[in-house]
Design a protein. Structure first.
Length: 560
């Protein structure tokens, strides 16, 4: 086996085998077919990269098709968000399609099935139909309406189309096999009545095709060569093929459905129904809340297209569902931002430091490297003055030898600045330290080239000048759920595992040049983590979201 073939996933092997078996390469066509009933999530990323990646590999067109068959749950907002996300991930589609474009053709084909005795109108209740469908181990029984005449079925179906019936009273069913071991083949519903306006067709229709009837026929209309979907649709393949059999012209391309594994992410859910519930109940603020596993949420939190691609490439395309640790996704964004994010200083839990021997009223601007990982990143100037903020946790009155930060009588270096020594501290009436008095060594300035500046001390702290600091709202995010697999517990609802501390909002103090930061800008707050400017930011209020910390257990494993 060649190195090239070794690198192929099993889906690519399917395409390669078809080409070897004389399938014309010019007939290859792929599609990404989301339902516009919610925002795309991280699970969709694998499908996006698979289908658009195949298009790039084989120089074949890829359609973006919206399977918009349920006006009760679909909205234009979701269509717009999906298009935005696919473009942000770096892909362009050949044509933009909608299943609703094919409503007339689907209806015409349904009429043909009725005339051929392969479909009938059923007016049983949903409970009656569920009962007569049987169980996986017990065959179903025929509907009393199964043998209606073609004439009666055509008349009833026309009345359905004209809105003469209430929702839930009549459906069109395919006449297949009520004894099939595959329950999906037991006379599945093709059409139902819905008196709801569609986001594209408005009120032109009051009957809407079911997903199983629509999906394969839409692939066929578009002449999609390979229809890839997740494993939960494996049992649907037999029905997919039966529906195609009814309309297939041997002179046209017949789509082939194949399935790959859904990748679930730990400490979250990827069911759009459950994600919608999080939004509707106010657990999160919106579909693009940075705690959400949606592509929009990840973008708002500061993730990059490169990091999401590297994540999906790492987990690959597989045949079995499994749970992926969210730490792997965090590792990928951390790895990418380490290379591209500018280093800046911000203090999130401030403690005042006064340099008692620094001249009052004076200030200076120190050179600071933007990113040691990027030779072209250059440098910036940061202001230094007599009064500074450091993190509270970076000072102790007394500490053991393993504490290499600031403590009374000991020295540390201020990043890009001077060596300072803690001389004394001031406390409030409750005994909390509110100020530390230090002295600085004026000869120890970083980068000055003097012997004193090269003197080594074990600790280096980040800081900001108080008089120059920019206030910002900092949003700190934690796991949205306390359980790694919140939707797999039969005895509990997934909402029982919502983390009440998934968001903490604090005030931070940042370098002054960050006042000019634009929405979406990503930076590393040195020693604290990676952060991104949130869309809520205005000229009066700067808002940063924490993307990810600097390290975690996954990073340690990866390093080893």
């Amino acid at each position: 086996m060649s190195e090239t073939s070794k690198s192929l996933n099993f889906i690519e092997h399917i395409v390669e085998e078809d080409l070897r078996n004389s399938f014309p390469k010019e007939n290859l066509r792929f599609r990404f077919p989301p339902e516009p009933n919610g925002y795309l999530h991280i699970g969709h990323a694998s499908s996006i990269y698979l289908n658009f990646g195949l298009g790039l590999r084989y120089n074949a067109p890829v359609n973006l098709r919206f399977d918009d068959t349920n006006p009760a749950k679909e909205e234009q907002e979701f269509v717009d968000a999906i298009k935005r996300d696919v473009e942000w991930l770096g892909y362009t589609w050949d044509t933009e399609r909608y299943a609703s474009d094919y409503f007339q053709q689907l209806y015409d084909w349904a009429l043909i099935l009725i005339k051929e005795g392969k479909a009938y109108v059923d007016d049983q209740s949903s409970e009656e139909m569920a009962t007569q469908k049987g169980t996986p181990t017990q065959a179903g029984t025929n509907s009393p309406n199964r043998n209606r005449s073609v004439k009666e079925n055509l008349a009833l179906f026309n009345q359905m189309k004209e809105g003469k019936f209430e929702e839930g009273t009549h459906v069109l069913r395919a006449k297949i096999d009520m004894t099939s071991s595959n329950m999906l083949m037991r006379d599945p519903i093709m059409y139902r009545v819905l008196h709801k306006a569609h986001h594209r067709t408005n009120t032109d229709w009051c009957i809407y095709p079911m997903y199983d009837w629509t999906h394969g026929e839409s692939d066929y209309i578009e002449q999609v060569s390979h229809s890839f979907c997740t494993l939960e649709f494996a049992m649907h393949r037999e029905l997919y093929d039966w529906f195609l059999d009814q309309v297939y012209d041997e002179n046209k391309v017949r789509p082939r459905q194949r399935e790959f594994a859904r990748r679930n992410l730990s400490h979250t859910v990827v069911s759009k129904r459950k994600l919608a519930k999080l939004v509707e109940t106010g657990v999160v603020s919106s579909w693009d809340d940075p705690r959400m596993p949606t592509i929009s949420g990840l973008r708002r939190r500061g993730y990059t297209p490169e990091s999401i691609y590297n994540f999906t490439d790492t987990i690959g395309i597989a045949k079995r569902d499994n749970l992926i640790d969210v730490s792997l996704l965090e590792f990928q964004i951390r790895n990418h931002l380490n290379k591209v994010a500018p280093r800046v200083m911000g203090v999130l839990d401030p403690l005042k430091v006064v340099l008692t021997n620094y001249p009052e009223g004076e200030e200076e601007w120190l050179d600071a490297e933007n990113n040691p990982e990027d030779d072209n990143a250059g440098s910036r100037k940061v202001p230094f003055s007599r009064e500074l903020y450091i993190e509270k946790e970076d000072f102790r009155e007394e500490a053991n030898k393993k504490f290499f930060r600031l403590k009374l009588g000991k020295e540390v270096r201020l990043k890009n600045g001077y060596i300072i020594k803690a001389e004394s501290c001031t406390k409030d009436t409750d005994g909390n330290i509110i100020e530390v008095q230090c002295t600085y060594d004026p000869k120890s300035k970083s980068g000055s080239g003097t012997e004193e500046s090269l003197r080594k001390v074990k600790g280096t702290l980040h800081w900001v000048s108080i008089k120059h600091a920019v206030e910002a709202e900092i949003r700190l995010y934690d796991r949205l759920f306390t359980d790694e697999s919140p939707d797999t517990h039969k005895e509990k609802d997934f909402m029982d595992f919502v983390n009440p501390d998934s968001l903490q909002v604090i005030k931070g103090y940042l370098e002054p040049h960050l006042k000019e930061a634009k929405i979406g800008d990503r930076v590393q707050f040195q020693r604290l983590g990676y952060f991104c400017v949130d869309p809520d930011s205005t000229t009066e209020k700067l808002v940063f979201n924490k993307t990810v910390g600097l390290r975690d257990s996954w990073a340690k494993i990866a390093e080893k």
